[in-house]
Design a binder for this molecule. Structure first.
Ligand SMILES: [Zn+2]
Length: 68
């Protein structure tokens, strides 16, 4: 059984949970020096206002941003 209490090296470090009780449910492989997979980095770097605007549009169409 996988230990979800620590981020895995080379994997997405997306955390869920309360302070002091995080789990790292995403095991997507990422490149060295990259913290999050494409999906989660898109969430991390979208400001809250924009996230709300997207949600009001309806649907789950999350447009991924390419890292320049
Ligand atoms: Zn992820």
């Amino acid at each position: 059984m996988a230990d979800l209490s620590l981020p895995r090296p080379g994997c997405c470090k997306w955390a869920e949970g309360d302070s002091g009780n995080y789990i790292f449910p995403c095991s997507t492989r990422v490149e060295a020096g990259v913290s999050y997979c494409t999906e989660h980095s898109a969430i991390v770097y979208i400001p809250p206002e924009e996230r709300r605007r997207n949600r009001s549009g309806g649907g789950m169409s999350l447009s991924f941003r390419r890292a320049a």
